[in-house]
Design a protein around this ligand. Structure first.
Ligand code: ADP
Ligand code: MG
Length: 256
């Protein structure tokens, strides 16, 4: 059975998409079968996986509105080694179109049942909001990976996400848990980042992943080549950290 993880944080620009595509590529490199789902209408995870969002005939939008199955809408990214259920601007409409529909928050969950046996991991890149799209991701997930920068307001920003996850856990998906907080764009030379990192560990204990993703320019350059950093420059510090993180995830799911 596939383990399904949302990469979520309602803040924009915290590293969700970078985490999703690089973890997907890292897991594929260590032999895992991976489906990456882009739930953000910006389509950055789609483009960053070498799939042109403008040329897609079917996307996650069609899956949510039940006009296509996952098997029909997914594409394989040869360069990245994983499957992609892509997104483009059309997905913006789904937010409103889903409102009057039945089982609207469980559409993705239902659709994924059919491909459950095809994958070890399904990774979902969520938009920077706690919207109906994010809710669809949270309803089908076994866990949430929360990327965060170790900055002053980091902990404060987590409260809304933690509350939403608690509510989804109580009402819609009793499997849901925060599997871990991932420290990203980390710069150990900055004292404040070290302090916030320590606070995170005090507060969340073993929920903080051991792996830290450093700030690394190669990770930031990779999307303009339509690649995750792990594929674009495997020897870079950022890529290496994501490979270590992929191994950590493989270990973490053993107990799940
Ligand atoms: P989100 O999906 O949460 O909006 P992104 O993954 O798109 O965030 O990251 C925001 C910006 O930060 C992007 O320009 C990305 O390339 C850059 N970035 C993300 N992680 C790193 C990192 N570890 N080192 C350097 N730049 C990074
Ligand atoms: Mg993003």
């Amino acid at each position: 059975m596939a383990k399904i993880f949302c990469v979520a944080n309602q803040k924009g620009g915290v590293g969700k998409t970078t985490t999703t595509v690089n973890l997907a590529a890292g897991l594929a490199k260590v032999g895992q079968r991976v489906l990456m789902i882009d739930l953000d209408p910006q389509g950055n995870a789609t483009m960053g996986s070498g799939v042109d969002k403008r040329k897609l005939e079917l996307t996650v939008y069609d899956v949510l509105l039940e006009s296509a199955s996952v098997a029909e809408a997914r594409v394989h990214s040869e360069k990245c080694g994983y499957d992609v259920l892509g997104a483009n601007r059309e997905l913006t409409g789904a937010e409103i179109e889903l409102v009057p529909l039945e089982r609207r928050e469980k559409r993705l969950k239902q659709a994924l049942l059919e491909v459950d046996k095809d994958y070890d991991f399904v990774l979902i890149d969520c938009p920077p909001s706690l919207s109906m799209l994010t809710l669809n991701g949270l309803c089908c997930a076994n866990g949430v990976i929360v990327p965060m920068q170790c900055e002053y307001f980091a902990l404060e920003g987590l409260t809304d996400l933690v509350n939403t996850i608690k509510q989804v856990h109580a009402n819609l998906n009793k499997d849901l848990q925060i599997i871990g907080l991932l420290r990203v764009m980390f710069d150990p030379r900055i004292t404040l980042q070290q302090q916030v990192s320590e606070q995170l560990k005090d507060h969340f204990g073993s929920k903080v992943f051991n792996t830290m993703i450093p700030r690394n320019v190669r990770l930031a350059e990779a999307p303009s080549y339509g690649l995750p950093g792990v594929i674009f420059d495997p020897s870079s510090k950022g890529a290496q950290a994501f490979i270590v993180f992929a191994h950590e995830m493989v270990e973490r799911i053993k107990g799940m």
